[in-house]
Design a protein around this ligand. Structure first.
Ligand code: PA5
Length: 445
């Protein structure tokens, strides 16, 4: 993985990024020494290098049981208990996996919405299908996930019997607390623990992400190796200029201070759409506090060049772009020659589609630079488990540093509780009587 900051320096006074060096160093030190805000949640920091081959084997063993016993596996979880697995599986999956016959079970995601239609349609699909469930919730009490799990557990038991259900339902949750833990212990499900000191959005390299990814048939050992190598590359002992996490954290803080309030993560590969969703949670939930923080947005190019492209080229100049560039396609396909050339495309005949994509990327970069958009670029050689592992750790480490440089606690999410309180009050959840009374008055009921 390579980070380039392209034209970003031209928006900053000379030497600005270097000036962040002491703050970045202090943030790295605070992370290492566990003296920063949110220091209860630093379990991700040296997680990749601490994962043992035995632990990978244990996850793969459970995944293999699910793969043998199930034609579909529903991963129930939301936020940090959803997006990491979804991002990695999407990045590695065939784009058309849905339409192709496969020996691998279908990996479906649920528990991340409360849509009656979504859940009904999922249940309709699962009727008669040999399916299993991975129920992921650190707190074990998240409403969206719990409602879905209640319905799916019943369906699974009704269809496959209690005994088989016990074999094909796995819980990933807290070691001791929460309804998901209680249920798993009572039913005798296989469980994996989400460590106390790893927050949801930093948990993709725990069983939260590793188990679903292994169930999808991907090489979690390579994913972890990529992350561990990046852990080394972003280590506190690396020179500032050689440490991509340090440079990224410094550059985005410098741009933010210059009024660049929105960062757009750009990809040119549809498979990376959910990496952007994962990244948005990571940075949005970590930095959006105390009325500050870069707003993390994302686009999928070329698709969005034909929609949001106008805004990016010519709208308010409060944005910067970070482009994830993939050097080489995994497939090989060229534009064919056509004797009639009615579409005028013969000038591309013999060229790889990937070459055309790269020219679109290069052309867009230059146009956006001309349009006054600072441009950062992260290049990975190809989409595979190793390189996705690298990206994950790079973004996590940079996020920790960046949030501390910004002056917020990057590891809590107090703002997420507000909607839950209102929802519980509106639903008259036991224990919320006082809030219910207040909110009913407020809405005039
Ligand atoms: O990052 C976070 O902490 C959140 O996104 C949580 O992961 C999300 O709310 C799900 O919580 P839980 O795993 O407790 O069900």
């Amino acid at each position: 993985m390579k980070l380039q900051i392209n034209n970003a320096t031209s928006f900053l006074a000379s030497g600005t990024i270097e000036q962040y060096k002491p703050q970045v160093r202090a943030a790295q030190q605070a992370l290492e020494e566990g003296t920063c805000a949110g220091n209860d949640f630093l379990g991700w920091l040296h997680l990749p290098s601490s994962i043992t081959p035995e632990f990978i084997d244990e996850i793969n063993r459970t995944a293999n049981i699910l793969r043998q016993e199930c034609d579909a596996i529903v991963v129930a979880g939301i936020g940090g208990s959803y997006l990491g697995a979804k991002a990695v599986i999407s990045a590695l999956d065939d784009n058309f996996t849905w339409l192709k016959p496969s020996d691998s079970p279908r990996i479906l995601f649920a528990g991340n919405n409360i849509s009656e239609d979504y859940i009904t349609e999922l249940i309709d699909y699962l009727r008669g299908v040999r399916f299993g469930i991975i129920n992921i919730s650190k707190s074990g009490t998240t409403t969206e996930t719990a409602i879905t799990f209640r319905l799916l557990k019943k369906l699974c038991e009704d269809q496959r019997g209690k005994q088989t259900a016990q074999k094909v339902i796995v819980a990933v949750t807290d070691a001791h607390r929460g309804a998901a833990r209680q249920c798993a212990d009572k039913e005798g499900y296989k469980t994996f623990v989400i460590p106390d000191n790893v927050g949801g959005r930093f948990s993709v390299l725990t069983p939260v992400g590793l188990l679903p990814i292994a169930c999808a048939g991907y090489d979690i050992a390579q994913l972890v190796k990529g992350a561990a190598d990046m852990e080394h590359q972003c280590d506190i002992n690396q020179q500032f200029a050689e440490n991509p996490a340090a440079i990224y954290a410094a550059t985005r803080n410098a741009l933010y201070a210059e009024g660049k309030k929105i960062e757009i993560l750009v990809n040119y590969q549809p498979k990376l759409h959910f990496m952007s969703e994962w990244w948005k949670q990571l940075y949005g939930e970590s930095e959006g506090k105390n009325h500050k923080g870069i707003f993390p947005a994302s686009v999928d190019f070329s698709t969005d060049l034909h929609s949001m492209g106008q805004w990016i080229q010519d709208g308010e100049r409060t944005i910067f772009e970070t482009v994830i560039s993939v050097d080489k396609a995994n497939s090989s396909l060229t534009v064919p020659a056509d004797s009639e050339n009615l579409d005028g495309l013969n000038f591309l005949a013999g060229k790889h589609i990937d070459e055309v994509n790269h020219k679109a990327e290069q052309g867009t970069r230059l146009a956006h630079i001309d349009g006054g958009v600072p441009n950062l670029q992260i290049t990975i050689p190809c989409l595979d488990a190793y390189n996705i592992g690298q990206l994950i750790y790079f973004f996590e480490k940079a996020c920790g540093i960046s949030g501390l440089v910004l002056g917020v606690n990057p590891f809590n999410q107090p703002g997420v509780e507000d909607y839950k309180r209102n929802m519980f009050a509106l639903l008259r959840k036991p224990g919320y009587e006082k809030e219910s009374e207040e909110i009913m008055k407020r809405i005039g009921e």
